[in-house]
Design a protein around this ligand. Structure first.
Ligand SMILES: [Zn+2]
Length: 62
């Protein structure tokens, strides 16, 4: 099992957001391209949603 990443906190409500999905994204700059997952051909982003306000936020998988 991979280690659980740090919880994402909603900037509006201050509650822990739920991991909703992971998606593969194309790198859009050299910095992102350097972190590219060669096996997948892209970068993985985690999509979080807030249980309180429903706001969605994404961040690159670290
Ligand atoms: Zn919220």
């Amino acid at each position: 099992m991979p280690a659980k990443s740090d919880p994402m906190i909603c900037s509006q409500c201050g509650v822990e957001m739920n991991l909703h999905a992971e998606k593969l994204v194309e790198p859009t700059n050299a910095q992102e391209a350097a972190r590219l997952d060669l096996a997948l051909g892209g970068l993985i982003e985690e999509i979080y949603t807030c249980p309180e306000c429903g706001k969605a936020h994404s961040r690159p998988l670290s």
